[in-house]
Design a protein around this ligand. Structure first.
Ligand code: ATP
Length: 388
């Protein structure tokens, strides 16, 4: 059995890791390659909102499904506390003496290998499989491996695959889902990992809209948070959604249509409604694609203008907060504010009726989903009344 151990933080596992694993399987004809997340190493500072060891293992499981003969392994996580590679390979060899072993390392790791604890003990049990992280690494790999051969008599195989330059640090900072297997990107979104802080987003949104709209956005966020506390909804979801709901509103229609095309957004609005409504869809897609926001946030952003079917409590709150936040001053807003502290559904019904009236007064036809929203909200109240 030809086995390769591929250790790392995998915070998160990205396409570069998978390309390296695939190359190792093919070039070394491996029976298995094990993505083996380590305990949080003492020399690494883990980023805020970072993944736990269990989450890194789960992401490795999702990623491993994409490479033949690849599996995630909890071998190192089973040991309490950070362990040295020398101990890991020794323990692995003791548990599986019949297996022929490799240890897969990227350029940075092979360069620092002589400084690891007990390189000779590691190399007693494994051959090194070395993968370039960048085409420019070839020369330094040659120099590092020559030294290791000379000093330790290391068995080394250098892989020839074309590298896929990227790092987990870059993935976390850019939140670029295209550097990740889709299943891992979805896991990160739904577990709210590596998410930007609200403060970071405030700055970003402030740079995207005019002063007046920014005040509206902050008002909407504060109102939404207050309502979420009152109605037992997820405060974090509404805070993020309210902060992002209007972030694309001042983009030109042309730019918004380009975003819609880029993110395959289906727009079924009447032509006359499109300029008023498209921002909800582009902001929701931007929240997902560029900021890694979880589904509940994206749903609340998408429904903030026209409503939607089966809206969650968080979506209803953002929808309402958008209309009643303190900078709003249309006739009737006070009645909506009063209703909002009495009953969430009742307030949303009033708000939706008002929106329908308003759109009609502008000589436009309300979007069909808004009428459906009203119908559904009314059904919910009559069902609640029946139960009471
Ligand atoms: P971070 O940016 O958090 O330091 P990383 O991207 O370097 O993370 P690790 O989990 O620390 O990823 O790396 C595990 C192993 O994968 C190391 O041997 C590393 O050299 C290798 N590796 C990481 N990225 C690539 C890549 N793009 N191509 C090939 N090997 C890689």
């Amino acid at each position: 059995m030809r086995t390769c151990i591929y250790g790392g933080t995998f915070n998160p596992p990205h396409l570069g890791h998978l390309a390296a694993a695939k190359a190792a399987v093919e070039e070394l004809q491996l029976d298995q390659i094990l993505l083996m997340p380590n305990q949080t190493p003492p020399h690494k500072v883990m980023p805020a909102n970072s993944a736990t060891p269990e989450q890194r293992l789960e992401m490795c499981r999702l990623a491993a499904e994409l490479v033949p003969n690849c599996k995630a392994s909890d071998f190192e996580l089973q040991q309490p506390g950070p362990s040295y590679t020398a101990d890991t390979v020794e323990r692995y060899h003791a548990a599986h003496p019949e297996e022929e072993l490799w240890l897969l390392v990227g350029t940075d790791m092979v360069e620092s290998f002589h400084r690891w604890r007990d390189p000779a003990r590691i190399l007693k049990h494994v051959r090194l499989a070395v993968v370039a992280r960048d085409e420019a690494d070839r020369e330094s790999i040659r120099a590092a491996t020559e030294n290791l051969r000379r000093e330790y008599g290391a068995g080394i195989d250098i892989l020839n695959n074309p590298p896929l330059p990227m790092s987990s640090t870059e993935v976390r900072a850019s939140r670029d889902g295209s550097l990740l297997p889709e299943a891992v990107a979805a896991y990160i979104r739904e577990h709210r990992l590596y998410r930007p802080s609200l403060e970071e987003l405030e700055q970003r949104v402030q740079g995207m809209v005019k002063e007046k709209r920014y005040r509206h956005i902050l008002g909407c966020r504060d109102t939404a948070v207050e309502l979420a506390r009152k109605y037992g909804a997820d405060v974090e979801t509404v805070a993020y959604a309210a902060l992002l709901h209007d972030m694309t509103k001042e983009f030109s229609l042309e730019d918004q249509l380009k975003l819609a095309e880029k993110w395959n957004i289906i727009l079924d609005y009447e032509q006359e409604n499109l300029p008023h409504l498209i921002h909800a869809d582009t902001a929701a897609a931007m929240a997902r694609e560029e900021l890694g926001m979880w589904q509940a946030v994206c749903d609340a952003i998408a429904s903030h203008t026209v409503g939607g079917e089966k809206m969650s409590r968080e979506s209803l709150i953002v929808y309402l907060a958008d209309l009643i936040e303190p900078t709003r001053a249309f006739p009737g807003v006070e009645a909506l504010r009063e209703a909002a502290v009495r009953d969430l559904t009742e307030a949303c019904i009033l708000a939706t009726r008002r929106t329908i009236e308003f759109v009609k007064s502008q000589g436009r036809e309300p979007y069909y989903k808004t009428a459906k929203t009203l119908e559904e909200l009314m059904k919910n109240t009559s069902e609640t009344e029946e139960k009471e």
